[in-house]
Design a binder for this molecule. Sequence first.
Ligand SMILES: O=C(O)CCC(=O)C(=O)O
Ligand SMILES: [Fe+2]
Length: 224
Amino acid sequence: MQYQPIPSCTTVADIDFTPLFDQIAVDLETHGVAVIPEALPATMALELYHYYRQLNGELFDEAGIGRKQHFHHNEKVRSDKVCWIDGTSATGERWLTWLEMLKVHLNRRLFLGLFSVESHFAHYQKGDFYKRHVDAFRGESNRVLSLVTYLNPQWSETDGGQLVIYHDKSDRAGTKILPRMGTMVLFLSEVFEHEVLPAQKDRYSIASWFRLNTTRSDRADPPR
Ligand SMILES: O=C(O)CCC(=O)C(=O)O
Ligand SMILES: [Fe+2]
């Protein structure tokens, strides 16, 4: 189905996100995973898509693996390029505000104790992939909840680039999701292994992680 933008007279402030946030909460509570097509309103999705595309790779880095002193690049595992989203652009700021609203809602509904969120725009070029992995290792990281939002106006099976979510260690087939504009996928970061199959054309997405607070009085723990 073609992605239908909502009328341009509608602004994000007019949109009631409660039904979407409720659906996310129910799906996470029931399955630990939520897959919601056309979740992000077109006004927001298109703004993010156009803003990060027009940067033309400026501010983008090769994606890495691990955090802090364990951080390294490994193009055998992943080959996409990423741009961390911060509040220095109006677009980035609006996106972070939206994530904050979702965080507050999920904390109220599910008592997850989510404290902060980090988010990057990712560009996979033809042939790029991300091998099977988890976003957080039990006890080692404070990433609790992963959210991937897709920003591709046209995408079909033959374009590859599916996200595959594996339900347990022995699951070989997984559930495949096409990275279509507005689709959101959420899952518990420590629980679900997943991978991105090689994309056959440019693939755009935003990955976000909600984190617990591990700040101690003697050690600050900034988002990344
Ligand atoms: O883009 C996707 O579908 C998932 C990306 C991912 O797994 C990650 O960045 O950790
Ligand atoms: Fe991941």
